[in-house]
Design a protein around this ligand. Structure first.
Ligand code: NAD
Ligand code: TYD
Length: 347
């Protein structure tokens, strides 16, 4: 089976690529990635020599490129993760999100539909729970929750989900969709809350908590997301959506305080040192209050279970960042400084 994984050089994509390449030696895995600021081949150094792995640099917005690639390769399946993924960047530049997340997804659907030869081949679209909008203190997102995206990021992902569904309904294209909660783990770009704060604590820089820090997120270890994608890829039904979550809700401020405590311990600093860096800053525009996922369907129908408790996952994550200083220094040099200034200087 020949599978193209888009966005395989990014945070979640690299974990999915590694899992498929090492666990399924008979599959040929092609990683298609544009290598934006978020894509990094260093993320896959340990598996790049595998015979069943290949990297192709390319942009999913480029129709002509996809036409050539898909007509030559005749992929059996697509696992689509390539995206612009950061909410704050989507607020500054929504159009880029429309291009990659919406136009790029439709281009991929067209290329796959036109060139697929395997009757059993399918398109697996990886998405986010943010398409459902925000929750109050009660309830959780179900697969049947109506879409109500609030940020340009979630609006673009919602649109891409609708196109994938529409290709199933209109053209009978076999598709699968999953919507996952917030991931954390190694190789996470330090623009998102957890890796940003790990990096800032390490460098004794302020920790910019948006608003009062009372927003709630449901955190899942990235390798558990990859294992869910594996299960859905192999056992999920066509035309179905599966929600993936960690059943692990934290207010931002409680999570940041736990992170501070663990970082003080690991860096051998006095207790209470990192907490002093917490700085409350202007809230994110349109900031969703709470996300929480009900993964009952995935657990009961396909037998998936998350493997790690949060404290253990967070501790492993911090250890990875502390052991991979070069990775962190590389991704935070150059354009990152500009990004940081623009997002945080006048907040
Ligand atoms: P990421 O930003 O770390 O990586 C995205 C990858 O896509 C990068 O390697 C980048 O180079 C590539 N890419 C971007 N634009 C491209 C283009 N035009 N053509 C080809 N490649 C391109 O993102 P992530 O956090 O790993 O998320 C992966 C997917 O999972 C996304 O679709 C995202 O919406 C979804 N998701 C993320 C989370 C999360 O917590 N991070 C949760 C649920 C779902
Ligand atoms: P983030 O990691 O950007 O993920 P998402 O917006 O997709 O949930 O943010 C997680 C939470 O942390 C969210 O409620 C916003 C908040 N946050 C901060 O308080 N400060 C920050 O600097 C960042 C990046 C996020």
């Amino acid at each position: 089976m020949k599978i193209v994984i888009t966005g395989g050089a990014g945070f979640i994509g690299s974990h999915v690529v590694r899992r498929f390449v090492t666990k399924y030696p008979t599959y040929q895995i092609i990683n298609l990635d544009k290598l934006t600021y978020a894509g990094n081949l260093e993320n896959l150094k340990d598996i790049e020599h595998y015979d069943n792995y290949r990297f192709v640099k390319g942009d999913i917005v480029d129709q002509a490129f996809l036409e050539t690639l898909f007509s030559e390769e005749k992929f059996d399946a697509v696992i689509h993760l390539a995206a612009e993924s950061h909410v704050d960047r989507s607020i500054s530049n929504p159009l880029e999100f429309v291009m990659t997340n919406v136009v790029g997804t439709v281009n991929l659907l067209n290329a796959f539909k036109k060139h697929r030869t395997n009757e059993k081949g399918f398109f697996y679209h990886v998405s986010t729970d943010e398409v459902y909008g925000e929750l109050t203190d009660e309830g959780k997102f179900l697969e049947t929750t109506p879409y109500s995206p609030n940020s340009p990021y979630s609006a673009s992902k919602a649109s891409s989900d609708h196109f994938v569904r529409a290709y199933h309904e209109t053209y009978d294209l076999p598709v699968k969709i999953s919507n996952c909660s917030n991931n954390y783990g190694s190789h996470h770009f330090p623009e998102k809350l957890i890796p940003l704060f790990i990096n800032n604590i390490k460098n004794k820089k302020p920790l910019p908590v948006y608003g009062k820090g009372e927003n709630v997120r449901d955190w899942l270890f990235v390798e558990d997301h990859a294992s869910a994608i594996d299960v859905i890829f192999h056992k999920g039904a066509f035309g179905e959506t599966y929600n993936i979550g960690g059943n692990n809700e934290w207010t931002n401020i409680a999570l940041v305080k736990l992170l501070c405590k663990l970082m003080d311990q690991k860096l051998g600093r006095p207790e209470g040192d990192a907490v002093k860096l917490i700085t409350y800053v202007t809230d994110r525009a349109g900031h969703d209050y709470r996300y929480a996922i009900d993964s009952t369907k995935l657990m009961t129908k396909l037998g998936w279970r998350p493997s790690l408790q949060f404290a253990e996952g967070l501790s492993k994550t911090i250890d990875w960042y502390l052991a991979n200083e070069d990775w962190l220094n590389n991704v935070t040099s150059g354009a990152y400084t500009e990004y940081y200034k623009e997002q945080y200087e006048n907040r």
